[in-house]
Structures are given as C-alpha cells and as structure tokens.
Design a protein around this ligand. Structure first.
Ligand SMILES: [Zn+2]
Length: 350
C-alpha cells in the first residue's frame, strides 16, 4: 500500500468508525433500512484535510495536544484532559466517547506514571451531547461551569449531567496540581453558558460548537441559540494567544488558519445574504400562492437561501467538508438573524 493509499484508507476507517457517534449526534440509532441507498443524495467527497487520525479498535484516538494536555476523539466528538501531580482535569464528557474517556485517561496516565484519578470536570456548556458521560466519574469530582450552566442543568434535571459544584460569572482561574487554566464567559453564543477555556501554558484554546475545524457547521449553523453572539465569538477567540484549537467536534484539532477560514465562510454568507435580500423578487411567489402566505414566504425565502448559499458552497467545496450538506440550513438561520436582529430587509410600510 502506498503512503497515499494508506492515508486515504485510514481516513475512510476513521469515518466508518465514527458512524455510531454520528448517529448519536443526530439523536437516533441507524435505522434498519428496508430500502436501498440509491434514493439518497450524493455529496462532494470529504477533503482529506478535514479528517484526523484513525481511531483504535475500541473506537477512540487519544493524543497529546502539548505537554501534559491531551485530547480524545471518536471521530465526531472531542474531549480534553490535563494530567497533573494531583490527578486529572477533564474537559467535557461526551457520551459518544463514554467509557473510552476512562480508557484514554488510563492509557496516558499509566504510560506517564501519573495519577489517573479524575478530580475535576470542566463543562464547556450544558448540552447533553458534550456532558452526558459526566456521571460516569461519580460524585466525588468537582464540576465547574458557568453560573448559567448550573441553572440550565438544574432545569434539565438529567442524572447523567450533575450540575456544577463551582460556578463563575465572568472569569475563573482553575489551579490544580501546579497547572493553571483560565475559564471565561464573553457573552452568549451557541448557548447562554458556553465558555472559553484557555490553557496559557499549552498555547491552546477550547471553545465548543462554534468552529468545527475542517468542517462546515452542523445543521442550521450548529443550532446556535444566539446568532449575532455566535458570529462574534471567533474574533473573541482570536484575541487570545494560542496555536491549537479544540472545537469539540470532528476528528482533528484546529489552527488559527482554520479559524480564519471559518470566519471568512460566515462573512461570505452574510455578504451574500444581504445581496439576496435585495436581489430576489418576491412577486412571483405571492402571485403563485395568493392567500397562502406561508407557502409564498417559504418559497421566497428558499429562493433567497439558494441565491446566497450557492456561491459559498462553490467557493468552499474542497476547503471545508460537507459545505454542500448543511450550508443551506445555516444560511437560513443567518438570513433570519440578518433580517430580525440587524433589521436589514425589513422596510417600514408607507
Ligand atoms: Zn452544543
């Protein structure tokens, strides 16, 4: 097998191993299809640059980010952990990685001759797909999150995600076993409680569910709750000094260059949405559907989305993975925000 063949084989293996995790992301188990796959749409190939290292037989990869900071992935989700002289600090606990988090921690701590005892779990945000394995680490762990994270987890009342014991409003410096991690909240974005996790001694920033390095955002702009806040987040991330980025998703780590590409992708969508709000003529849709206002609006907005997203999909195919899968739904949500939050394209009736 040539190096190139081997690389593409490993990339395919990683993608296949990620299937159960992808199903978890979508909140379902794979259906026992009684129909063939011929009716399913085809998409552009995934650029090899979007893929990370192959996962092992248990379905995970664990690697060093820098020094004693490590990351774990199942190809779709990511967590991180810091080994210290007083135990391990875990950052997120995605249920799709689940027990493999413990295997990864045991593997690394045994190899380095340090304690494998998880003493702290830092929560990026309250979503179950990033925290649902928290309860596996028992009750005698100090959980840390934003004050809003605690409120949301008490609301959700999910035994797999115990609410944090330690909360903060704006900033919190976590000191464990001679290590320092800076946690900060810089306003709502993906969720109201999503925080910036900076590892100043490791040149690394963790910020989950905004930029998924190498990939277009998940459905509907990552289902971001605050669209303007999410659009503003990458610049806040770039204001920190770091070289490596942990985005919480997919199979590889990110760089500052990945963040620049992601910002450009979102900026291009916004520019094209502003053009679409002016360029697409609503008349034919309202003529066609008469008093069925929703049918007319749906068709009109679909035409605006198509107008705005088509050039962006073309520009980023081969650059970001799956731009042809989710750019339309992301465009729709950003279009609604440009219209409703920015007020562009909403004229006063005279
Ligand atoms: Zn989330």
């Amino acid at each position: 097998m040539s190096a190139t063949d081997r690389r593409s084989f490993l990339a395919r293996s990683a993608a296949l191993a990620a299937v159960p995790a992808v199903a978890a992301l979508a909140g379902s188990t794979p259906a026992h299809a009684d129909t063939g796959t011929d009716t399913l749409p085809d998409y552009a190939p995934i650029p090899p640059s979007a893929l990370g290292p192959a996962v092992n037989a248990q379905g995970y990869f664990v690697g060093r980010v820098r020094k004693n900071l490590y990351w774990v992935t199942d190809g779709t989700y990511q967590a991180a952990f810091l080994t210290t002289r007083d135990g391990v600090v875990l950052f997120d606990a995605p249920p799709s990685i689940g027990q493999n988090l413990k295997r990864a921690i045991d593997e690394i701590t045994a190899a380095n001759g340090v304690s494998n005892k998880v003493t702290h779990i830092v929560y990026s945000h309250h979503h179950a797909d990033h925290l649902g394995a928290s309860s596996l680490f028992g009750r005698h762990v100090t959980r840390i999150g934003h004050a809003e994270n605690k409120r949301l987890l008490l609301r959700d009342n999910d035994p797999t995600r115990p609410a944090p014991d330690v909360t903060f409003e704006d900033r919190y410096t976590l000191r464990v076993g001679g290590e320092r991690v800076e946690l900060a909240w810089h306003g709502t974005n993906h969720t109201p409680d999503n925080i910036y996790i900076h590892f100043p001694g490791h040149d690394t920033l963790m910020l989950v569910d905004l930029n998924l390095p190498g990939w277009a955002p998940f459905d509907t702009f990552n289902i971001n709750e605050d669209v303007p806040g999410s659009i503003a987040a990458p610049a806040k991330a770039m204001a920190y000094p770091w070289k490596t980025f942990i985005g919480g998703h997919m199979g590889r780590l990110g760089t500052r260059a990945d963040m620049v590409v992601y910002q450009q992708y979102v900026d291009d969508l916004i520019d094209n949405i502003k053009k679409a709000l002016v360029a697409v003529d609503p008349t034919p849709f309202f003529v066609k559907y008469g008093n069925n206002s929703w049918a007319a609006v749906k068709a009109y907005q679909a035409a605006q989305v198509e107008y705005a997203s088509a050039p962006v999909i073309k520009k980023y195919t081969g650059v970001l993975a799956a731009v042809d899968v989710y750019t339309d739904s992301t465009t729709f949500l950003i279009l609604e925000s440009v219209r409703l939050d920015l007020g562009i394209g909403s004229q006063v009736h005279d």
